[in-house]
Design a protein around this ligand. Sequence first.
Ligand code: PLP
Length: 408
Amino acid sequence: MGFDVEKVRKDFPILSKTLEGGKKLVYLDSSATAQKPQCVIDAIVDFYRDKNSNIHRSAHALSMAATQAYEDARKTLCGFFGAPKDFTGVFTRGTTESLNLVAACYGAANLKEGDEILLTQMEHHANIVPWQMIALRTGARVRAANILPDGSLDLDDFKSKLSARTKIVSVAQASNVLGTVNPLGEISALVRKYSPAALSMDAAQSAPHYLANLGDFDCDFISVSGHKCYGPTGIGMLIGRTELLDAMPPYQGGGDMIDSVSWEGTTFRPSPERFEAGTPNIAGAVGFARAAQYMESLDKNGARAHEEELLEFTTAELSKIDGVKIFGRAKGKLAIISFAAEGVHPHDISSLLNAGGIGIRTGHHCAEPLMKTLGVPSTCRASFTFYNTLEEAAYFVERLKHALSILR
Ligand code: PLP
């Protein structure tokens, strides 16, 4: 028997929700944020009901229970993302904060005038703007490797932009617009061979599809978001090489991250504490770890195969519609389908789909430089994950055709 999507759907209470007017919810926006299974909702409620206390600070029973839950969550997540022993997981607010942390702290310690930071044309603003900010502060220069017409990375161009000047390479493992999955193995081999750069990976989009595993490739930092992996919002992780993290200056000061404080100055604790100033999102960490355990409990090959089927079906159907253009057709891509219809504004399509209960995303998807490369100001994006069904995909296609018949 194949992947039992109906059984999985029962784990997500929101998926059986009926919208105003009795419409069934068809959620095709999981790349923006994924829905949460009941076990994650329960883990958060249980934490607040049974264990709520601040961590690392007191010797009382609740504080010890909360500390244990928080540290267990860190261990679970490092295990889930395949972190080797010499890596440390730092809790953050999400991928954005993780990337900002690497840019600000690794960048501050390692960049100088004339150095280069290499990105790609398909990056999300979260993997562009922090690098531009640190480049301004240090005099380094941001470069971007090109993409090919099918939306895959141009590895020749990438290689040609690597040199002794390249001090940081930061790449999305998967594009939130094109769905392209970048060949991290090849990328890291090129980075190690042709530059002294540290390699940072934005795994916001790949992690929810079981692709972010540090055991599979050689990189120095990976950044993930809990909410895209079926966990809560406001929590994420940066997993980095401990040696590099410990050599980076912290960028936020406060409680819990210090060794000692005096008027003469402060010394900092090693990672992860040096980057976790103040009271963290303890319940969020617990919920994120529960989400990782939930993902582990599913048939991951079955889930990936099911997503591929959704992608193939929807791509084939959209390709038959006159004037509809799909952006990103790289082999092995995720079930993220960005498209535009000639002469029709993406927002109007989204509004009409919404009238049928379908939620998709429209806009520049926080990837304005990529939109410029693609030659469009915005696109529609339908993103699928393992809890979506072929019936939903077929309904989406039918409603899209209907919307276009009205708008054209
Ligand atoms: N990187 C990519 C590729 C993304 O798609 C996103 C969010 O959509 C981010 C980074 C930022 O993630 P977050 O908003 O969870 O910090």
